[in-house]
Write a protein that binds this ligand. Structure first.
Ligand code: 2P0
Length: 344
């Protein structure tokens, strides 16, 4: 019997210049570069055991054994890893999502970044985050960026070996993000389907592709200058451009809900009140506020008329993916079991 065990933690990320569309859906090569901020507050811990005696892969998420269908994507990903490692053993995968109560924010980004970290740990691979980001990409595009902390660019590259994440800045300065949880239900259209439909049918899509390079360039200059107004303005414009490609798809679709639009208005009001605060939205109704870390408490105060404390999750920039010791994994399990503060 051969058993190989590994464990890792990776944090979620929010794109400030979005990834929306693939040019190769098998290799997950994106149409454009994207750029994100990794979040300290949201992460996934994953443990994997490759075991030569197993007959199939199993996947347990937040202490619930997942169905065969729910395990399919994971198996597809593990097949890529097994081929690279030249092994055939099936695996038991256990993941814990650390996302504050009822946030509905579990992300495939932290999931696949933690999984590739755990695989590398189990297989004794050299800890090369860049190479691991390429492999995480094969599980989910946004996972490419979650290998690194702070601000991260995903270079679209020219092929499998060059489509990779690049750390830009550690984000350890006065920038933070508040996630406004407006609806924690499961989204109606997956990002994967939504982006494929947009690429295929939106007449605006080619303009999206044309304008992203300049958003990336300006965003990098803004980060370099730690210019929060400029970061926020580019991020808002970029998010709305992405959502406009969905409104112009045929048939059209959108992730916004009335509460989303209201939140956008309220963030504009925050700006009028003097806070540099900007919004961005992904493939769902929740709104993320980009702001100064030092303003987060005051902004939460202002917004407390409209939202409960549970609906506002504050985060600073998060760290790189890292492996976990056996003790740290045991602590995570205990935290999950013992705490009401976290749920799935
Ligand atoms: C992003 N999103 O850049 C964009 C913005 C959603 C909107 O990456 O098909 O779950 O697994 O590559 O990574 C969500 O897409 O899609 C996403 P796949 P993924 O964060």
């Amino acid at each position: 019997m051969i058993r190989l065990t590994g464990r890792a933690r990776a944090h979620s990320n929010i794109a400030l210049v979005k990834y929306w569309g693939k040019r190769d859906s098998d290799l997950f090569l994106p149409m454009t570069n994207s750029l994100s901020l990794t979040l300290d507050a949201l992460y996934t811990d994953t443990s994997i055991v490759f075991d030569s005696e197993l007959t199939e892969d199993t996947f347990t998420l937040d202490q619930i054994v997942q169905s065969k269908e729910q395990t399919e994507k994971l198996t597809h990903f593990l097949d890529i890893i097994r081929a690279k490692a030249q092994i055939t053993s099936k695996a038991n995968v256990t993941s814990l999502n650390f996302v504050p109560t009822a946030a509905g924010l579990a992300s495939s980004a932290s999931a696949y970044a933690a999984l590739i970290g755990a695989c590398a740990d189990a297989l004794g691979w050299e800890d090369d985050h860049k190479s691991l980001s390429k492999l995480a990409r094969r599980g989910s595009g946004s996972a490419t960026r979650s290998l690194f902390g702070g601000f991260v660019e995903w270079d679209k590259g020219t092929d499998d070996s060059t489509s990779v994440a690049i750390p830009i800045d550690d984000g350890q300065w006065d920038i933070g993000l508040i996630v406004l949880v407006l609806n924690n239900g499961k989204k109606k259209i997956s990002s994967r389907d939504g982006m494929a439909h947009t690429v295929a049918t939106s007449p605006f899509y080619e303009n999206w592709v044309k304008t992203v390079p300049s958003d990336i360039k300006q965003m990098k200059a803004a980060i370099y200058r730690k210019d929060i107004e400029m970061i926020g303005e580019i991020a808002e414009h970029n998010a709305l451009k992405m959502h406009a490609t969905m409104l112009s798809a045929n048939p059209p679709f959108w992730y916004f809900e009335p509460a989303t639009l209201l939140a956008m208005e309220r963030i504009r009001e925050l700006r009028q009140a003097g806070y540099p605060a900007y919004f961005t939205m992904d493939a769902g109704p929740n709104v993320k506020i980009i702001c100064q870390k030092s303003d987060m408490t005051a902004i939460m105060d202002e917004l407390s008329h409209f939202y409960t404390n549970d609906q506002m999750i504050t985060s600073a920039a998060g760290p790189d993916m890292r492996t976990l010791t056996e003790e740290e994994w045991a602590e995570s399990l205990a935290k999950k079991e013992g705490s009401n503060e976290y749920s799935h």
